[in-house]
Structure formats: C-alpha cells, structure tokens
Design a protein around this ligand. Sequence first.
Ligand code: F6P
Length: 341
Amino acid sequence: MRIGLLTGGGDCPGLNAAIRAVVKQATGEYGHTVIGFRNGWRGVVDGDVHPLGRQDIRNVLPVGGTLLGTARFHPSTEDGSMDAVLTTFEAERLDALICIGGDGTLHAASQVGEAGVPIVAIPKTIDNDVEGTDLSIGFHTAVNIATEAIDRVHTTAESHNRVMVVEVMGRHAGWIAVNAGIAGGAEVVLAPEEPFDIEQVVKFLRHRHRAHANFSIVVVAEGAVPRAGSSMSFTQQLGRFGEIVAGSVGDRVSAEIAERTGFDTRLTVLGHVQRGGEPTPTDRILGSRFGVAAVDAVGAGTTGVMTALRAERIELVPLADVAGRPKRVPDEMLRVAKALA
Ligand code: F6P
C-alpha cells in the first residue's frame, strides 16, 4: 500500500512521535510505503511530496515541531484546491491518507473523505478541544509549560505584591487555562466556557488582598469573553480561521484590574512558547500509540475515522461525528478551579 501523511494547522510537541510511529509501523509491520506531504494540505494541493523512510525519522522522537512542516491552509477555502487534492491522490497512486491535525485539519479531512479519499485522522492540538478523544497530541506538554510559567510568576508576584495576569492559548475552550490554573494554584481562571464578569473578579481580588494576601494570579484563556451586559465589554477581532488577530483579552483584563483596584498588575502572554520544544513522555507515547493505530486502521480498511484515547484505550471514532465540534471543559473542572481559588 502507499499511504500519504500530512500534519496540518498549528504545530505542537509530539507530532514527530506520531510521524515516526506511522513510518515505523507502515514500513516495518506491513511493508507499506509512506509519502509525506510538506506543509499540510498546501503540500497535497501542490503535490509537494517527501517520501518518508527510516532514515528520515531517526532521532526525531524528542524533537518539537513537525519534520513535514505545516500550514494553516484548508483546501475547501480555495477554488480548485479540492480537485487538486484528488488529482495528487491519484497521481501518487495512494491508497489512503493519514492526516494529523486539529479541528480545522480534521474538518478538511472529513470533506476530503466525503469526496472519496480513504482517510484516517489523528487529533493534535495544544488546545485539547477535539471532540471524541480524552487527549490530543501536544496538550500535555502545553499544560506543563503553562504550569511551570505560573509557578515562576508566583514567586515574583509574591515578592512584589502584585497581581499577575497570565494569558494562555485556547481559542474555543479553556483546557490549558483550567488545567494549568488548577496545577499552578491560580486565584482566578477565566475560560471561554464561562463568560466572566470583570466586576466580580475585581471584587474577589479586593476581598482577598484585604483579608490576607499580598498577591494574586489570574489565568486567562485567549478565548475568554466578558459576560454580555457586564461592565467590561469588547469585541475580539477574529481572522479567517477563527484566530484572534486583535484585542488580547489578557491585555484588557490586566488593564481593568489595575484601573479598578489600583493594585500593581502585570501581564504575561505565554503565546507560542506553549507550542514549542520537547514533548513530554505522555505526548510522545500518545503520538506513538495514535500513529500505530492509524496505520493498523488503514491496513484493516477502516477509514473515515479518527484515532482517539478513551479511558486509557485507543479507539477509532467516525470522523464525521467529531469534526467541527469543539470539546468544552467539563463543568466539574470549572468548579474545581473556582473551589480552590
Ligand atoms: O494550535 C491552536 C492554537 O494554539 C490556538 O490556541 C492559538 O490561537 C493559535 O493556535 C495560534 O496559532 P498561529 O499563531 O500559529 O496561527
């Protein structure tokens, strides 16, 4: 068999572990050929191939990023690109395509699948908002990085009697904010799942500082929004793929806290630091398990599916059931973040 492989959307630690597992399982266990595409769907449209053999995956397991490159490009958004995907699939004599990506890439994968291409998807995104799987590749590493950052900000907040606002990634869901907020002992966690009232946040901080504390940590997911009708309102400007291009919520929250409380307040935006560098063992293992499972699925002729981690087991779920539905943080976790403030 000839299997195409791509990584699409934002990169994250653990992608190379998945690529390595696909290549090892496909070439070793089955004697298949793996044809990589450079820069996600762009490479499929342009026929930009990079055949992958054992020599290409040497020493990549602990390395962040993706050796194939990636791009935020969806074939359905450009005229003629869907046809180009099908043309490349035929020209390369492929039997199936394995796509490693977040929601945007999986949505495109689902559309390409409907057009007749046998597809197996692997979920990755530090945001962990892909439906149908307990974990996506990259999330565990991002939570580690964000937690370490909160720990570091903690000591300087205490030394300087400051409120520190830490903005983390998470456009549609607050998985990083809630997990790192709980792990780092944040006083306030603001996530997209629960629109916030800045006056309540300020009231809480005033009370805490009056009662006993000289510092506070506020963790804000980049997609957190003020409650409609609350005294702080602003519109985030969203780009073509839903990314925030202007109006950082962390900026606004720290400015409002400083203005309303008079507390010395600083903002730290973690940004792409959360997406870079070495994957944790958990992400290496998850990428490896997903990679092997994807090749096994192709071998068994089970396509139109996504690999998923569910209660410790790797399963296959229909791609159409999960694409385009961001997975929200459960209420129980939001309650824990609040209860421990
Ligand atoms: O991968 C998802 C994500 O990390 C979002 O949380 C963030 O908004 C976005 O990527 C930023 O991506 P980029 O700047 O690479 O387009």
